[in-house]
Design a protein around this ligand. Structure first.
Ligand code: PLP
Length: 438
């Protein structure tokens, strides 16, 4: 760990930490038993510094959001300029603003074919809620009564709101919040490791069977992440998406693709839908849209739902939808991704990282090393929390989700940083095996 010059005294940092534990409840922590927080103070590129000046290589990008890396003065300038010009005005009804209009145009240029409209949100969960409501409203408005069920999958993560948690298939996140959104049916976790070479056949046969059992005339939409994210960085089984899509189309079911993590370069494409041959009816995005500099998301809506929705009043919206500062920053962020060829970067660095970590797959306590672009998962046979803690001691931030270590650095990561990330992770994953045998 290197030390930054702009450090604060350890007494001041301790005071901040104790104020934090007295004052705040952090997401995903035990109420009444707060951990001593790591107070972050600064970021630049792939590095963040804590308040005492220790540096950390950011192997997670925070929560996947930071495509262009931390601390870009260009984005600070765009935000400041827009705040001076028009900080915010609502987008409800007929109010609009130029940054939102320009961003909408740019998103339609980048989106897969068939996408024709954009609805802005403040983040991912709101996007999921929006897409579910649009799917249900589409059939309701078209007079197709009874098509309300949403199909999702075990292992899926679509957000933490009432509806978005309702379609999230991770039990530990759902416990204690019943009753959740009614009308959701779950299919199996789409992980080739569980089924071997026949995975796609097995999963598509299950989809057909469940549609028959439930009745296609009762199903509005299927929602899925192209690559499971929180659920373990699991790329789809070979040929999975085109066959799922064909099945859904045949039964008149809309396909909502959750690209909140994957959109804007993480898999080496603007949208993972392109990579996997998906023509979505709706795409939910957030995170990489602004690289997290301002909270903002967008739901991209395709021709088929739009035809059903034509003439429907969409009684839905959140105060900050279409935020001009978010939109201005998003557009500048997309420009950086394009100008600096970060899609190529994600592909190249992702391959290098996966190659460097692949040998871990032969260790007895490693179930699988997998990934696509800069989304890599190392699944252990035990909880991965110790690797997260040990790597941080070594100045590298990684994320443990259950038994899987999730790696998703900013797309601007260099070869040297990829090698550092791989070597620290490899060391601590290998250490688990050595502890077990000693
Ligand atoms: N969908 C996916 C695939 C996600 O990874 C996330 C967040 O990590 C969400 C939805 C929810 O997004 P947000 O936390 O912005 O509400």
């Amino acid at each position: 760990m290197t030390t930054d010059t702009a450090t604060q005294s350890s007494e001041r940092v301790e005071a901040l930490q104790s104020a934090d534990t007295r004052t705040l409840i952090h997401p995903h922590t035990v109420i009444g038993s707060p951990d001593r927080p790591l107070v972050l103070a600064r970021g630049e590129g792939v590095t963040v510094w804590d308040a005492e000046g220790r540096s950390y290589l950011d192997g997670t990008c925070g929560l996947w959001q930071c495509a262009v890396g931390h601390g870009r003065p260009e984005l600070a300038q765009v935000a400041a300029d827009q705040i001076r010009e028009l900080e915010f005005y609502s987008s409800f009804g007929d109010y609009s603003n130029e940054p939102a209009i320009r961003l909408g145009e740019r998103l339609l240029e980048l989106a897969p074919s068939g996408i024709e409209r954009v609805f802005f949100t403040n983040g991912g969960s709101e996007g999921t809620e929006t897409a579910i409501k649009l799917a249900r409203l589409a059939f309701h408005h078209a007079g197709v009564t009874g098509r309300t069920i949403i199909l999702s999958r075990q292992g899926a993560y679509h957000g933490m709101g009432g509806g978005s948690l309702g379609v999230t298939g991770i039990d530990r996140l759902r416990d204690g919040y019943d009753p959740l959104l009614p009308g959701v049916e779950f299919l199996s976790r789409p992980h080739a490791l569980e089924y071997g070479a026949d995975a796609t056949d097995v999963l598509v046969a299950e989809l057909e069977r469940r549609i028959k059992e439930i009745g296609a005339e009762r199903i509005a939409a299927f929602i899925g992440e192209p690559v499971l994210g929180v659920g373990g960085m699991v790329p789809p089984p070979e040929g999975y998406w085109p066959r799922v899509q064909e099945t859904l189309r045949r039964h008149g079911i809309l396909l909502i693709v959750d690209e909140i993590v994957t959109a804007f370069g993480r898999t080496g494409h603007w949208f993972a839908s392109e990579r996997y041959g998906i023509e979505p009816d709706m795409i939910v995005t957030a995170k990489g849209l602004t690289s997290g500099y301002i909270p903002m998301g967008a739901v991209l809506i395709g021709r088929r739902p739009l035809e059903l929705l034509d003439g429907a009043l969409f009684a839905h919206g959140f105060t900050y939808n279409g935020h001009p500062v978010g939109a201005a920053v998003a557009r500048a962020n997309l420009e950086i991704i394009e100008r600096e060829r970060l899609l190529d970067g994600a592909r190249h660095m992702g391959e290098r990282l996966l190659e460097a970590l692949a040998p871990l797959g032969s260790l007895a306590h490693v179930r699988e090393v997998r990934g696509v672009g800069l989304m890599i998962g190392i699944e252990l046979t035990e909880d991965a929390g110790s690797v997260q803690a040990a790597a941080r001691e070594d100045g590298v931030i990684v994320r443990a989700a259950g038994s899987t270590i999730l790696l998703s650095p900013p797309l601007v990561i260099s070869e040297a940083q990829v090698d550092q990330l791989a070597s620290v992770v490899a060391k601590h994953v290998s250490d688990i095996g050595e502890r077990a045998t000693s």
